[in-house]
Write a protein of this length. Structure first.
Ligand SMILES: Nc1ncnc2c1ncn2[C@@H]1O[C@H](COP(=O)(O)OP(=O)(O)OP(=O)(O)O)[C@@H](O)[C@H]1O
Ligand code: SF4
Ligand SMILES: [Mg+2]
Length: 333
């Protein structure tokens, strides 16, 4: 089988066969299986899937943040600019992590320290990356606050987190993530805690920053609508596996996996104020539930012979379009 995305673009991140397991009293349960993904400089890759599909664990594995959790890397390689992160010494890895990649999380209030002014927190983040005087770091903090479009940065730099709105706090978190001028930014549900209007503004900001800086961005969301608006390429995950991956336009014009279709049907219309996640019946199985064959089969209207016994392989529908399904949707379904 051809490995997805095995082309010759300016590869920043190239993950091959990543497999993660969680240690439990009953043994090691798989949480992410045989995951291969890549991301180029200047590209935005969206990872989408319902809660519990393994999106965050994948990003934590890239960032080297699984230590202290029961989650283990069981197999695979994570190449970042040609070096396998999983085989670097802890010291080498820290250097890459600190300077070249950065992550923003869902809830800015839990990541910002409530008792310190935001300017001081940004200054500290800057000085972690490069030695400079406090005064120079404060100038750089002002620059970063301007970059993330905080209104009146000079007036806001000495505010405490609680004095800012949710959207402004998320902008501060983004400023801190940019402190080391990372080549890769991972944004894990960066707008989920925000209302729809602010969410759109933050996504627009991420897109603009990506264009200005040329960094690669991995954007994680359970909302295919959010991913669709923002990303060049999309990987759909279900229960620890990529089930479909393609360029964003390609995916929407020619989606082949029933789960992708279900996620699309779950996006509420603009004037609709209801949760349409019920468009996919049932729920993501928990880790301790053993499911043979395609993990989506208990919820899939297309399930047929073999779906409950044989794991479908990732098959190519076009050079950059892959899906894992025994009975894929027809091209214009
Ligand atoms: N520290 C942990 N210990 C044990 N199990 C974990 C841990 N972190 C995650 N898991 C389990 O691994 C699976 C994948 O979790 P993960 O957080 O990656 O999902 P996710 O796709 O990011 O979901 P969400 O959309 O809710 O953020 C879930 O079943 C989760 O319960
Ligand atoms: S393999 Fe079968 S159960 Fe799985 S998504 Fe395809 S049709 Fe549905
Ligand atoms: Mg998550």
């Amino acid at each position: 089988m051809t490995r997805p995305n095995s082309d010759t673009r300016d590869l920043l991140l190239d993950m091959r066969g990543l497999t993660l397991g969680v240690a439990t009293p009953d043994g090691i349960l798989p949480v992410v299986q045989d995951l291969s993904l890549s991301l180029s400089t200047g590209e935005t890759l969206g990872i989408v899937g319902e809660s519990g599909c393994g999106k965050s664990l994948t990003s934590l594995a890239i960032m080297g943040l699984l230590e202290g959790t029961p989650v283990r890397v069981l197999a695979g390689e994570i190449f970042f600019r040609g070096r396998d992160l999983l085989r670097l010494s802890p010291r080498e890895r820290r250097a890459v992590m600190g300077n070249e990649m950065s992550m923003i999380f869902q809830e800015p209030m839990t990541s910002l320290n409530p008792v310190y002014r935001i300017g001081d927190q940004i200054v500290e983040a800057i000085r972690e990356h490069q030695p400079m005087s406090r005064r120079a770091a404060r100038d750089r903090a002002l620059e970063l606050l301007t970059m993330v479009r905080i209104p009146d940065p000079a007036g806001r730099i000495d505010s405490f987190p609680h004095q800012l709105s949710g959207g402004q706090r998320q902008r501060v978190m983004i400023a801190m993530a940019l402190a080391g001028s990372p080549r890769l930014l991972i944004a894990d549900e960066p707008t989920t805690a925000l209302d729809v209007t602010v969410q759109a503004q933050i996504l627009k900001l991420i897109v603009e920053l990506q264009k200005d800086t040329g960094m690669g961005v991995m954007l994680i969301s359970h909302d295919l609508g959010v991913i669709a608006e923002t990303c060049d390429r999309i990987a759909v995950m279900y229960r620890g596996r990529v089930v479909e991956t393609a360029g964003a336009r390609e995916l929407f014009q020619d989606m082949r996996h029933p789960y992708t279709r279900g996620l699309l049907d779950s996006i509420p219309e603009a004037d609709e104020d209801v949760d349409r996640l019920s468009a996919i019946p049932g729920r993501v199985p928990t880790l301790d539930e053993t499911i043979t064959g395609c993990a989506f089969h208990p919820r899939c209207a297309r399930a047929g012979a073999g779906c409950d016994s044989d794991q479908p392989a990732l098959a190519a529908f076009a050079p950059t379009h892959f899906a894992r399904c025994h009975y894929p949707l027809e091209p214009d379904a």
